[in-house]
Design a protein around this ligand. Structure first.
Ligand SMILES: Cc1ncc(COP(=O)(O)O)c(C=O)c1O
Length: 405
């Protein structure tokens, strides 16, 4: 490990002062906020308070107190998303949001779903599941990565539409490749052709400004537990009013009644822990105060660090930038040489590089196979607690490990 003899506390001083707001273990260099997010310390405390109240008086909390707490949090989220409150419901994660729409959609055999090669693997599994169930067609459009400009995306997608195309499922920000797709242009063009668009915005809330009223996508789902730093299991689903009639939760329970409004149907999905939802509004407010300039400043700061971090790594490893800066939000992926690791057969198996960094350097970095094994990408996803110094450290270690492309 030469210059990089790491001892337990070595990384502590590399974090920004804002790390105090998270429970991040600073003996590790944590460079993967993107995968699962990390909840704010203060908000975990709030969640615990809610949980205590719930368990002290279960009936009072779940029947008398919950409606107001739930409404408050949802209203705050709707304001943040620039969406009408009645068009938004809480779901536990973006995967549930996507599945809810695929399950509710009024499919007819032979209808076609358009996806891209950047789709999140869980969403591809659900598309294939509903394809088999309803005898649908699925067309996967190849969007290149590296990519020169965002214009190509809309063109490539439109070229593949036909009278059979009923739904486009597209990432706002793709997971493996970290691309910010030109979602406004895509939705506008597909709306014009009367093809529904389901936007998988898992990474979007808190990384790019959202205005769902203006966007007018048929469906949009996004996570709060990633970049809004709320407890795990908090996400939302937006449905445009003209599409709400057929949308029901995956779990039909006490409030999922046909004549109920969309918003009401999702309120009660069986007894569960509602506390992640209840923390969303406070998390938005708390985080806003971490940086002067509020949310726009947070988004700008993380975006600039992603660009800077990518530049440092690419310069050090002599890898060309794989896409222009304007196709990035807080995520930035870089192609590296093929892996020599075998194809992972289990969910929790890791690439050799990821494992080496974790075990020997205490660095948590996202390494993934894309478009397929053995092709590989590394991805950074800065949050306010990360720093430029950390990407310099990483770049030098990667260089020492002979990483290139
Ligand atoms: C683009 C995209 N879609 C969906 C998901 C799934 O998110 P969740 O596991 O919270 O449902 C992810 C997770 O990283 C993602 O990146």
């Amino acid at each position: 490990m030469n210059d990089f003899q790491i001892n337990e506390k070595n990384y502590q001083g590399t974090y920004s002062r804002l790390v105090q707001h998270w429970n991040i273990d600073t003996s590790f260099l944590f460079l993967n906020h993107g995968s699962f997010g990390a909840c704010l310390r203060k908000i975990l405390g709030l969640q615990n308070e809610f949980r205590n109240q719930l368990e002290q008086q279960p009936l009072k909390f779940l029947t008398r107190d919950l409606p107001e707490l739930y409404s408050f949090s949802k209203r705050k989220l709707s304001e943040f998303l620039n969406a009408d409150n009645e068009n938004i419901v809480f779901v536990h994660n973006a995967t549930t949001g996507v599945n809810t729409i695929l399950n509710s959609y009024p499919w007819q055999a032979g209808d076609e779903i358009l996806i891209t090669n950047h789709i999140y693997p869980a969403c591809k599994n659900s598309v294939n599941y509903y394809r088999n169930k309803h005898k649908l067609l699925v067309k996967e459009v190849n969007i290149p990565f590296p990519i020169e400009n965002e214009e190509i995306t809309t063109e490539l997608l439109l070229r593949e539409t036909s009278v059979k195309t009923k739904l486009l499922l597209i990432d706002h920000i793709s997971s493996a490749t970290g691309l910010l797709f030109p979602i406004h242009q895509i939705v506008r063009e597909f709306n014009r052709r009367k093809i529904d668009v389901l936007v998988d915005g898992a990474h979007a809330p808190g990384t790019v400004p959202l205005n769902l009223n203006e966007l007018q996508a048929s469906y949009y789902t996004g996570n709060c537990h990633k970049w809004l730093c709320t407890p795990k299991g908090s996400a939302f689903l937006y449905v445009r009013p003209d599409r709400q009639q057929h949308v029901f939760p995956l779990t039909i329970s006490l409030t999922a009644i046909q004549q109920n409004r969309f918003e009401e149907r999702f309120y009660w999905q069986g007894t569960e822990d509602p506390t992640p939802y209840l923390c969303v509004g406070d998390s938005i407010d708390y985080m806003k105060n971490l940086l002067e300039g509020g949310w726009p400043a947070i988004m700008k700061s993380n975006h600039e660090l992603a660009i800077k971090g990518r530049q440092i790594i690419c310069d050090t490893l002599e890898i060309p930038l794989p896409c222009p800066d304007n196709m990035l939000s807080n995520l930035a992926s870089i192609p590296i040489q093929d892996t020599t690791s075998p194809i992972p057969v289990k969910f929790n198996q890791f690439d050799d590089l990821q494992e080496n960094l974790f075990q020997n350097y205490q660095i948590e970095l996202f390494v993934t196979y894309w478009p397929a094994h053995p092709k590989r990408l590394i991805r950074i996803s800065p949050q306010l607690y990360n720093s430029e110094e950390q990407y310099l450290l990483l770049a030098n270690i990667l260089k020492e490990l002979n990483i290139s492309n």
